[in-house]
Design a protein around this ligand. Structure first.
Ligand code: ATP
Length: 369
């Protein structure tokens, strides 16, 4: 099922006496979520992610705009008639019920020609329990299970209704690091097997990038960019998206373009044909630095951290926004760790420059290099 958001906006009345302006939690969202994909909705805390989900499932009415499931306008349809499954951060299972009873519970609400017999409910519940691999635990109570297992029960309970769309709001937040990793792989597998259009909300960019077919990045209620994770990482539209994606984060420098050259401090570090002279933010991905004694960019060398396959070189430059520059280098390259300075060449595809006024990307012609 395709989901289309048309100029979707949600305003909440201000509760702040000093600032009576409405809070615009979601501002003119206008995009299409393709059928059968896993979409990661990504942004910092408070940017409006949960508000978007709550409007899609019908728990919140938009202030303006429309929501379509395929061609059907569902904006005014009550939540229970939308056929949406929800999974939240806190699993919200009934503690006194067994796993089987928890999964079967939503089926008891089916009315009219959708009403199921006890045996049909049980068969459906057992089938989804197998899908999420908790069929061995059906007689346990939630308190007798790990967090990861409880979250699988919550996913099974959402799936048992055979939803048209599955919405997940930070479903991994309550799990420890190992379980998070395992459960996110599970979510990917379950989504692949069911093919249900799934929207997965998280503030963790690594999590979103690792399992999503596409990510949507938002900031302060405003849509920033949508695309395949690697494409958005490689081709960010603005400084916010560039900084939000990637660990270690992109290194940002106070820089300038003059005569077609990107200048950081006194050095002309890269040719950027086609960009008019102006002050800019220069973002260099950690993997964009190549140590080279003849390289145009000089930094003071702090230390080298060995990470097995790669080195992480920690260096400093006065124009860098952060206290240190983090670069990731192939460990076959020899580095003089005793030296006071280190010089780099830069990979043009890993360097992005942004207007200081709008923070939008300024594109240069890499092909001409
Ligand atoms: P988090 O990652 O912290 O859950 P989020 O991205 O999901 O955040 P939302 O919960 O959607 O963000 O909130 C978006 C904005 O709307 C925030 O500024 C929040 O304070 C505000 N907001 C949310 N619900 C209400 C409400 N009922 N009344 C007033 N303001 C609200």
């Amino acid at each position: 099922m395709k989901v289309t958001l048309q100029h979707l906006t949600k305003k909440f009345p201000s509760r702040d006496k000093k600032d009576p302006r409405d809070v615009i939690a979601v501002n003119d969202f206008d995009f299409e979520i393709p059928d059968g994909k896993l979409i990661g909705l990504l942004g910092p805390s408070g940017c409006g992610k949960s508000t978007v989900l709550n409007m899609i499932c019908g728990l919140l009415a938009p202030t303006s705009g429309r929501i379509f499931f395929d061609e059907e306008d569902v904006t005014d349809l009550p939540a229970e008639e939308r056929g949406v499954g929800m999974v939240f951060q806190n699993y919200a299972l009934y503690p006194h019920m067994t796993v089987l009873q928890n999964i079967m519970f939503p089926l008891g609400n089916f009315k009219g020609d959708k009403k199921l017999s006890k045996a049909e409910m049980r068969a459906r519940a057992e089938e989804v329990a197998r899908l999420v691999q908790i069929d061995q635990l059906l007689n346990r109570k939630p308190g007798e299970m790990s967090g990861g297992q409880q979250q699988r029960v919550a996913i099974a309970r959402a799936l048992v209704k055979m939803p048209r769309i599955l919405l997940m709001d930070e479903p991994l937040s309550n799990l420890d690091a190992r379980l998070r990793l395992q459960t996110r792989e599970e979510i990917r597998r379950i989504q692949n097997e069911t093919g249900i259009t799934t929207i997965f909300v998280t503030h963790d960019q690594e999590e979103a990038m690792s399992i999503s077919d596409m990510i949507v990045v938002m900031k302060d209620g405003i849509f920033q960019e949508m695309g395949r994770p690697q494409d958005v990482y490689d081709d960010p539209k603005n400084l916010f998206v560039a900084k939000f994606l990637g660990t270690p984060a992109i290194n940002v420098f106070d820089a300038e373009v003059r005569d077609g050259m990107l200048r950081i401090g006194d050095e002309a570090v890269l040719s950027v044909p086609g960009v008019p002279d102006q002050p800019v933010w220069a973002g260099i991905r950690p993997e964009g630095f190549i140590p080279d004694p003849e390289g145009p960019f000089t930094a003071s060398l702090d230390r080298v951290e060995v990470m097995g396959r790669d080195y992480s070189i920690i260096s400093r430059h006065p124009a860098c926004e952060a206290p240190v520059i983090r670069s990731i280098i192939d460990s076959t390259i020899k580095i003089d760790t005793e030296a006071e300075t280190i010089r780099f060449r830069l990979k043009p595809r890993k360097v992005h420059i942004f207007s200081k006024i709008t923070e939008d990307r300024l594109y240069f012609d890499e092909a001409a290099l």
